[in-house]
Design a protein around this ligand. Structure first.
Ligand SMILES: [Mg+2]
Length: 234
């Protein structure tokens, strides 16, 4: 057995769409929203509009790179002022619908063999980390794999304070893993944020199912199981 990625000393993962599949989770959460809407028909359009505004504002904050403001607060303040509600009210809705309610459905949306794949990677002696735009810890617990990661990091952590594709979170992740960024492989599902950020930080990347950018150190796999093929090539 050869190791096709022999220079990789650690592996850093994106979470959403990378450790679990987005399509079944989106279907499941749409069902939850519609069920809620059937009971609260008057409030339903408002809820959908607020969640949509939050997502749009976050995408618009991808080039945010300031140290004098907290990204964790700005991500609520910007859409809340557009919506004419308080940042705390929006934070409560997002907390409920994007963090709490999806948790029970995560394990079923996990890529098949998730735990075995991660255990296999660890068995090669490489530490594993997660760097996500969202706080990863509770999702990793819900997926039953929190114990397999040496490092977990969110874009809104004070030390990063920048969304992907800014390279800072990738660099902090490498530091915490105790290796040079150029020796880290980043695994994500979006070339424009995961692949671009990894490249800017000097990391090689693997993009699951998505298109791959121009970077010659970036490659594509069709599912998380494809990762084992890179480390344990026949
Ligand atoms: Mg993702």
């Amino acid at each position: 057995m050869t190791d096709a990625l022999g220079s990789t000393k650690a592996v850093l993962f994106d979470l959403d769409g990378t450790l679990y599949r987005l399509a079944p989770m989106r279907r499941r959460m749409l069902l939850e929203l519609l069920r809620w809407g059937a009971v609260h028909p008057l409030a339903f359009p408002g809820l959908m509009g607020r969640l949509r505004e939050f997502r749009t504002a976050r995408e618009g904050l991808r080039d945010f790179a300031r140290d004098d403001q907290s990204l964790d607060e700005v991500q609520y303040e910007v859409p809340a002022s557009r919506l004419g509600i308080s940042p705390d009210e929006l934070r409560g809705l997002v907390q409920e619908w994007m963090f709490e309610r999806p948790l029970p459905f995560l394990a079923r949306a996990a890529w098949p063999g998730l735990r075995e794949i991660l255990v296999g990677l660890r068995s090669t002696g490489r530490p594993l980390g997660v760097f996500s735009d969202y706080d990863p810890d509770r999702k990793l617990e819900a997926l039953g794999v929190r114990d397999l990661f040496d490092v977990t990091l969110a874009a809104t952590d004070a030390e990063v304070n920048r969304f992907k594709p800014h390279p800072l979170g990738f660099i902090v992740g490498a530091e915490r893993l105790g290796v040079d960024p150029c020796d880290v492989l980043y695994v994500g599902d979006r070339a424009e944020v995961d692949g671009a950020g990894a490249t800017a930080a000097g990391m090689a990347s693997v993009i699951i199912t998505g298109r791959v950018g121009e970077d010659p150190r970036s490659r594509r796999i069709d599912g998380l199981a494809g990762l084992s093929g890179l480390f344990f090539a026949p």
